[in-house]
Each structure stands twice: as C-alpha cells, then as structure tokens.
Design a protein around this ligand. Sequence first.
Ligand code: AFP
Length: 367
Amino acid sequence: MPLTLRSNRSTLTQFLIEERRRFPSASGDFNALILDVALACKGIAKAVAYGELAGVMGNHSAEEGGTVNVQGETQKTLDVLSNDVFMRRTEWSGNLAGMASEEMDDPYQIPKLFPRGNYLIVFDPLDGSSNIDVNVSVGSIFSILRAPQDVIDSGRDVVDTDFFQSGSQQVAAGYALYGPTTMMVLTVGGGVNGFTLDPNLGEFMLTHPKMHIPEDTHEFAINASNSRFWEAPVTRYVDECLAGKTGARGKDFNMRWIASMVAEAHRILMRGGVFLYPRDTKDASKPGRLRLLYEANPVGMIMEQAGGRASTGEMPMLDVLPTSLHQRIGFVFGSKNEVDRIERYHREPLKAEEKNPLFAERSLFRD
Ligand code: AFP
C-alpha cells in the first residue's frame, strides 16, 4: 500500500482549520494566506529539486555576470525565481496590504487589480542560496505582521515604516526547508509545528507536532573565519566551548556550520544547539550579517515559541524596534541556557586581558 494511504496525519489545511476553531470570530483570511505561502514553497521546492535539469542554477543573468540585490549580493537565478513565486502566489487573494523581500529594495505594492487586505508579509525567498550550486539545504523564511490600521482603512500604498514593528508583534512566522525532504515549520503563536511535504499527495502533513528545543546543549555554530573581528564576550564564549572538559564549562562541545541559517535553525529545533552570527568589527557599515525583518525576527519567534531563545547578544531579538527595511543585526539563538549565558557575558565587565585588541587574535584555536 502506498505510504500516503496509510497515513492518518493532519494536513496543513486541517491543522489550520482546527486551530481556527479556537477563534470563532476569525475570518479565515489568515489561513488562506498561510496556504498561499505553503503553495509558493511547494513551487520553490520543485524548482530547487529539478536544479540543473530545469536550467535554474547559476547567477541571474545580466549576461551571466549576475544582478546584485539591495544587500550587494549577487542574485542567483533561483533567488529571483523564488521571489517571483512568492509574490505571484500571495498578491492576488485580498489578504495582503503589501510585502517586502530580501530581493527587493522597496516594499512591493499589491497591484490595483487585486483587493488589499489586513496583513503584511516579509520574506527571504531563498536563504542560503549561495550554497545552492553545491546542493546544500536551503529554505524560504517568512514573517506575517498586521498592517497598520490606517493602511487597512485607507488602502493606501505601504511604505518602509509600516514594516517597522518589533518581532513580538508578528502574527505568524515560519520557514520551508528544501532538504532531503521538504518541510514547513510554522508558528501562529501557541507553539511550533513541523509539516513534511508528501510528494505523492502534494500536501504538507503534520509530522513534528509541538517542537521543543532542549534548554541545554553541547553543540554550537559560528563562522570561525570571522574570529579576529569578534567582540570579547563572543571570543570568551567560543574559547570556553573549545576548551571543553578541561575548561570553565567542564564539558566537550561539538561545532557545526552549514552556512545556511534556515538549515541551522532546523537542526537546533530538532536537537538543540546554539547559533551565533554576532555583531563584529569586520565592516562598520554592517552591524551583523543577518537581516532583522525577514531572518532574525521570524526565526526568533520560532525559537521562542519552541522554548528556546533569540537575542542580539545583548537583548531579546523580538524587542528590537526596526529602523530600516533591510537592517542587519547580530543574531544569537537556540538552547535557552546557552543564549542566556552569551547575554550574560555581554553584560559582565571585561577582564583586563579581554580589553587588549590582540586578545581576539590570540585566543581562537591557539596552540
Ligand atoms: P545567502 O542567502 O546569500 O546564501 O546568505 C545566507 C546567510 O545569510 C545565512 O543563511 C548564513 O548563516 C550566512 O549567510 C552564512 O554566511 P557565511 O558563512 O558566508 O559567513
């Protein structure tokens, strides 16, 4: 018997309808929006799975030299295609007042031929896409916000500041992961649930209900090639992990780096761990590498809803008030006790040797 016929799991649609029953006054617009996003992710999953066979690998044209997005990053063909799929699948239904994406400099206005709705969506259509050519897991990340009341009332075009809402105001957040299986992980508040795409039915099935991140871990993730740019509290934390049983922590740690944040977030949801892409001194114009609105906030909400934590290193990520659409920020997330510890190291006064600028260079991987 085909696997799918034996399954008695909930579909994503069923899950959303059952959730909505808890809120009898809800209109159903929100569920429709999530299902549109899910359909966009299925489309992107197919394009990613076909890869070279579909001629979608490599840089986005400008005669193969590639175009560059607002981040100054070369766009892949799949970045542009995924962005387009997201827009086309969500713009028509009358649920959105506007959207913003990593791949677009300015907010996207819902075309006049469609009705405008109550929500804003912000997304990174293909996180980790610089890994796509080497066949590493990539994903789409999204955050849903309520549109400001005057946008809803007037139906006016959206502007950057409409999106400047702290992460704690997100209505929902999620990501799709295009790995050995395609998964969608979603929070609408009240926990985190994971769905696996059944390729036969074309449906996301609830396979990972109530995901929970262990509070303790012995696994950390950081791009160590940036170590000379780290601030002292990060150097201290990593050094202590590396010292293992013989150091202050008294236990050995393992290190992982996929360079695809969405895949790292998924690993941490599945088995715990801590991820750091901290603010550093590499480039004064970039206070961190990851983007607040469509990477740190949605992943932050998922972490917190799963019992983990998300922080800038100094304060809870979801309390940060955004000041620009493509704002970058230091990001630390994962198992609660490790994130608490990293925040504490940022609060504690530096010891004399940690103030020495040579400290960071001497410390990591020293003999
Ligand atoms: P791309 O989407 O351009 O590949 O960027 C991915 C990412 O923003 C994030 O997913 C990774 O954590 C980070 O970059 C990896 O960056 P480095 O390993 O190059 O420092």
